[in-house]
Design a protein around this ligand. Structure first.
Ligand SMILES: [Zn+2]
Length: 159
């Protein structure tokens, strides 16, 4: 079965920077399972998966435009420290915040008595990434999985 929209793809991956640093890999845990065409995967990798089959292995290098985008200075904001009153915050902490762009993950990059500076850029923004991919399984998504928008069973939701 060739990968197409609404197929459940299960794969192992290793993702590296251009310097060869391994950012993440799935081999030491569970393979990743997702519904093709649901925008779960970064665009560059999802595009490369179409037409591939179980047991195929490939490597692909993805530019930031097709991965996590470019850093945007506008996503770095200083907010009044009073907004964090009573919270024990430190530089390096990340949390979910509601911003003009919707809900996103932000990381605290600086704090003074008056201001806390948060950065909403994805940690992998502006990076060209190389993925080593091994396709473990391809199957049709069930009607229930399509309705929920996520995979059930191994590598997916258990409910
Ligand atoms: Zn579900």
């Amino acid at each position: 079965m060739q990968i197409a929209d609404n197929h459940v793809v299960t794969l192992h991956y290793t993702v590296k920077t251009q310097d060869g640093d391994i950012i993440d890999e799935s081999q030491s845990t569970e393979p990743l399972a997702f519904i093709q065409g649901s925008n779960f995967m970064i665009a560059g990798l999802e595009d490369a998966l179409y037409g591939k089959q179980k047991s195929e292995k490939f490597e692909i290098t993805v530019e930031p435009e097709q991965a996590y985008g470019h850093r945007q200075d506008a996503l770095v904001q200083a907010v009044p420290a009073s907004m964090f009153e009573g919270m024990d915050i430190e530089v390096g902490m990340s949390f979910r915040a509601t911003t003009d762009q919707g809900e996103q993950s932000v990381i605290i990059i600086d704090k003074t008595d008056e201001h806390v500076t948060v950065d909403g850029n994805h940690p992998l923004s502006s990076l060209t990434l190389t993925f080593d991919v091994s396709i473990e399984d391809v199957r049709e998504a069930s009607a229930e999985e399509l309705e929920h928008g996520h995979v059930h069973g191994a590598g997916g939701h258990d409910h």
